[in-house]
Ligand binder design. Structure first.
Ligand code: SF4
Length: 369
């Protein structure tokens, strides 16, 4: 089993973000910890192989609160003590020598830093709360505390007018010697500040050509530096793949705690009430925090398994395609997929077209039923 803990608080909303968050200047720390542990107490006893604090901004919680949550989960026999990987997502400005030391003592052994860019103009446009200089300072504080497994998030394909230098940002990220990088192309989600800016002509939507160029450039640059893209958006040095996220991509069961958290037991997916206020209200009144659930049909599980497998470098076993899912030969002719070791794998160019490939494969399924 794998455990995800959602911390919904952020100090402000980033310009591109449509996540379920609660914008708070002051985080209701004690109340959050109390209600989270009440939800945890409803779980069966389990040993979790990985634990992941995601958000939102988990690093807005005082580090002692993270220690308390991990300690209490252990004493409830929902134990992360055996977890090989315990990750916290952090904004660079929240990482100090003290917070890094307390996290490390609590069992955190991996930190995913929301760097996004090393250009202060770009960070201000994104409404990020950190300055570029804080990213390096955070990495050094983490290493000083003994946390060496550090991932950096970067966003690419930004509007032209920002004149973002993607090569420089990649170089600056690599100079910090992270073990892992997550690269996400900018997308325009409805009702975000970015969506409104585009509607009134104040900026432009991301350009597809720039997206492809920057994505492929990152593949070349990071591969030359010894990274492997083991998933469409994630690259790691040898031995530093995210075990938690790899569990999602291989269809393993997981449990989510906190508002908007999802859980999956292998056949049924359920998700919690999205809004913090609704979630805390349900716990206070002794009601279930589960908003809804769906049992996946065999067909849905197959299609989802196909999509998840093609996201990864391991690819899809050919046996999973045949005889009902012949793969479209034009993808191989264009160099977008290749067959190696009995598996169908996307090339970087293929990952740019992952949705079309999955559509083609699932269309074949539907027409052959
Ligand atoms: S910090 Fe993350 S979750 Fe919070 S607003 Fe920004 S992108 Fe969204």
């Amino acid at each position: 089993m794998h455990l995800y803990v959602h911390v919904p608080f952020c100090v402000r909303r980033c310009s591109y973000c449509d996540f379920s968050i609660a914008v708070r200047k002051r985080v209701p720390v004690q109340e959050y910890v109390d209600v989270l542990l009440k939800e945890a107490a409803t779980l069966p006893a389990s040993d979790f192989q990985t634990v992941y604090f995601g958000g939102g901004t988990p690093s807005l919680l005082p580090p002692d609160a993270i220690s308390t949550v991990l300690h209490e989960l252990t004493s409830q026999h929902r134990t992360p003590h055996a977890a090989r990987e315990v990750t916290i997502e952090a904004n660079p400005e929240d990482v100090t020598v003290d917070s890094a030391r307390i996290w490390q003592a609590a069992g955190i052994n991996r930190v995913s830093l929301g760097a996004q860019s090393f250009d202060d103009t770009v960070l201000a446009w994104m409404h990020r709360s950190h300055a570029a200089a804080r990213i390096g300072a955070a990495v050094h504080a983490l290493r000083g505390a003994g946390i060496d497994n550090i991932s950096l998030d970067l966003i690419f394909a930004l509007p032209d007018e920002l004149q973002r230098d993607w090569e420089r940002d990649l170089d600056m990220a690599l100079a910090l010697r992270p073990t892992h990088l997550s690269l996400y192309g900018l997308t325009v989600e409805p009702r975000t500040p970015l969506d409104r800016w585009i509607s009134r002509g104040a900026t432009h939507p991301p350009d597809e050509e720039r997206y492809a160029e920057e994505y492929l450039f990152a593949h070349r640059r990071l591969t030359a530096d010894g990274f492997e893209f083991y998933e469409v958006s994630n690259a790691a040095r040898d031995g530093f793949r995210s075990q938690h996220n790899s569990a999602y991509w291989s269809g393993k069961p997981y449990v989510g705690l906190g508002p908007a958290a999802h859980s999956f037991d292998g056949t049924t997916r359920r998700w919690n009430l999205r809004a913090w206020e609704a979630y805390r209200g349900a716990i206070a009144e002794g009601r279930s925090v589960v908003e809804s659930e769906e049992m996946l049909t065999k067909e849905q599980r197959e299609i989802e398994g196909l999509y998840l497998a093609l996201r990864t470098a391991a690819g899809l076993p050919l046996a999973a395609l045949s005889p009902r899912r012949p793969w479209p030969p034009q993808f191989a002719a264009q160099g977008w997929v290749e067959v190696r070791d009995g598996r169908l794998k996307c090339t970087p160019e293929g990952w740019l077209r992952l949705d079309s490939l999955v559509n083609e494969l699932t269309m074949h399924t539907e027409t052959r039923q």
